[in-house]
Design a protein around this ligand. Structure first.
Ligand SMILES: [Zn+2]
Length: 284
């Protein structure tokens, strides 16, 4: 792997040339393709030699066979069950609590980055790997929106993409605030499906911090172009966190600040929609 930094307007990203990621970056996540392939997270289809740690009776902790970071783990449900966050937010918070402050726990929505949208899974990566972890806590980059039931809701400012931050020390309250935001998104976006979100969770000194990246689309238009115009970048939570994986050397060499800013603008939910979602959260 090779990496380089790109300084954008108000934030920076790390580009990572990682040819081993080509399969997940290019993964066909359309329903037809998913239904027609054997699920690679189901026990019978795990790579030969894959070992796992049994976790809380329902999950296996696995090594990601194509890691972006050293110690890149997949936490996969034992049985085949769709990727869905509202019913599993408590599990996500519990994993973050169990793993502790040396880890960041990640979730990709089924329509915005999960390469197995049909099989519930999370990821764990060592903390401190994504540029957003340094940028987001800085006061100048945050706007405080409200406090609901002891849970703070904040919003990132001028970081090139929308981020809703949820912070608190009571997992039940965090979970209910999160579900409230998800419901507001559904209403605003007129959808019955899970609104597109990528999530990173941190747990430190008995407090949870969620970075929720509301998404407008999964892949930028340039992903679907042909020949030289094609940019093989498929933004999932790690990309939203500031590490942009480019399996192709051409993209690693060619991406610049304005391309990165453009990709974020395209795949992140527009500011005025986030305004309206946040405005509908009841304050307590
Ligand atoms: Zn499966």
């Amino acid at each position: 792997m090779r990496t380089r930094e790109i300084v954008c307007d108000g934030f920076s990203v790390r580009i990572q040339h990682n040819p081993g990621r080509i399969k997940s970056t290019m993964a066909d996540v359309e329903e037809k393709a998913i239904n027609g392939r054997p699920c690679f997270l189901c026990l019978n289809n795990l790579p030969e030699g894959q070992k796992g740690i049994f976790y809380r009776d329902l999950y296996l902790i696995l090594c990601n066979p194509a890691p972006v970071f050293p110690s890149h783990l997949t936490i996969s449900r034992l049985n085949h069950h769709p990727q869905a966050i509202a019913e599993h937010i408590d599990t996500l918070l519990r994993i973050a609590g169990d793993f502790g402050d040396r880890w960041t726990i990640l979730y990709n929505g089924p329509k915005c980055g999960a390469s197995a949208p049909d099989h519930l899974h999370f990821q764990a990566i060592p903390s401190g790997q994504m540029p957003i972890e340094k940028e987001c806590p800085e006061e100048k980059n945050l706007t405080r929106i409200t406090r609901v039931d002891g849970v703070y809701i904040l919003r990132a400012r001028d970081l090139g993409r929308e981020i809703i931050i949820i912070e608190g020390d009571d997992p039940a309250c965090i979970s209910s605030v999160f579900k409230g935001i998800l419901a507001a998104m559904k209403k605003d976006l007129h959808t019955d499906e899970e609104p597109m979100v990528s999530i990173a969770v941190f747990h430190k000194e008995e407090r949870w911090r969620l970075l929720v990246f509301p998404r407008a689309k999964h892949r930028p238009d340039a992903f679907f172009k042909e020949g030289n115009d094609r940019v093989v970048v498929s933004p999932a939570v790690i990309e939203m966190g500031g590490v942009i994986v480019t399996p192709m050397e051409k993209d690693f060499e060619g991406l610049d600040a304005s391309c990165v800013e453009g990709i974020y603008r395209e795949v992140s939910l527009k500011a005025n929609i986030v305004d309206s979602i946040l405005a509908s959260i009841p304050t307590l």
